[in-house]
Design a protein around this ligand. Structure first.
Ligand code: FE
Length: 331
């Protein structure tokens, strides 16, 4: 018995000296269960610096001396921005290739998607009939006049949606669509995705754009439960496509002083253990084969993700922002 204990102690000792450093745009509450599970399994400590902005600038300023090994963020735009700034490095890993679908990682493995989320319509249970929500294109139809709420058009989530519209229909169509959508707004864009659902609950509008996981977040907050219960999730599609999705992802930094352990951590995030934590804690869609969304997420229904390449969406971002500003979407 004593010998067993001693052997375990010795085996664990060198690993405890190991650590990695993570820069994260993702919330501490979400990341902690993942890093704790990883440390428990490997003995590698994870130091996380939570940032609200300026990740690219910080990594560029730190250059080769950066302590960061791994970055965690959401949205293809931010992942792509990191790659274009030259602060990531390619990562090829059979574990990751087996776990992450090809559409959800960057060229050369410069970034890897670990969860997806859909940008959907929250619809008033009282004032929106079944079947009334159909396509994203239809949101510009005058039948929605004065009935739609959304956060700022220039928020990353909406920019990506507009970029996807550009991919499907081109510039002229998308400009007209944005003008129609703006004309249908019940109020000027303000607040976050959950604030729009609150506005539906308060009777200010009938539908809003929002990401799926916010339904889970609202149901976990007693003040917001009534907002959540006033709506149902509808999965619109593009006329010739599916439902718009985005992702959360991870990248290995160019500096990565603890590269070997960092790769272990990135591979861990794609493991079924970590994928289930993502699914349960943040109500996102796991990407690894054989992993399932939470029961709550499944209760919202099934959908077909739009198959537009996320890298194309990132490339269309500047054109999307230009159109959003041209139509003065938030004005
Ligand atoms: Fe979000």
């Amino acid at each position: 018995m004593l010998r067993t204990t001693l052997a375990l102690t010795l085996a664990a000792a060198p690993a405890l000296a190991d650590e990695i450093n993570v820069y994260s745009y993702r919330q501490p509450e979400l990341i902690a269960p993942l890093t704790e599970a990883f440390t428990e399994e490997t003995g590698i400590e994870v130091n996380v610096a939570f940032l609200n902005k300026g990740m690219v600038e910080r990594l560029q300023a730190e250059g080769d001396r950066s302590p960061a090994d791994v970055v965690l963020t959401v949205d293809i735009a931010r992942l792509n921005e990191l790659v274009e700034a030259g602060v990531t490095q390619p990562l090829s890993s059979q574990v990751l290739t087996d776990s992450v679908p090809a559409a959800l990682h960057g060229p050369d493995g410069q970034w890897w998607g670990v969860t997806t989320r859909a940008r959907i319509v929250y619809a008033s249970k009282e004032r929106v009939a079944d079947g009334e929500v159909t396509t994203y294109e239809d949101l510009a139809d005058p039948k929605w006049k004065g009935r739609i709420c959304t956060r700022s058009g220039t928020h990353d989530y909406n920019v990506a949606l507009v970029a996807a519209m550009l991919h499907h229909h081109g510039e002229d169509y998308t400009r007209t669509w944005l003008e129609g959508l703006k004309a249908n707004l019940a109020r000027k864009p303000e607040g976050n995705d959950r604030a729009q659902v609150k506005a539906i609950w308060a009777g200010e509008c009938d539908i809003s754009l929002g990401n799926t996981y916010y339904m889970g977040a609202m149901l976990a907050d007693p003040e917001q439960v009534p907002w959540a219960e006033s709506v149902r999730i509808e999965f619109p599609t593009f006329e010739n496509g599916g439902t718009h999705i985005n992702l959360s992802g991870v990248a290995l930094t160019k500096a990565a002083p603890n590269k070997e352990n960092a790769v272990k951590f990135i591979e861990f995030l794609a493991s079924s253990q970590a994928q289930e934590i993502y699914a349960e804690k943040n109500n996102e869609y796991p990407v690894a084969p054989g992993t399932e969304p939470s029961d709550l997420v499944r209760s919202w229904g099934e959908f077909t993700p739009d198959d537009t390449d996320l890298v194309d969406i990132a490339k269309l971002r500047p054109a999307a922002i230009k159109l959003i500003e041209e139509v003065d979407f938030d004005g």
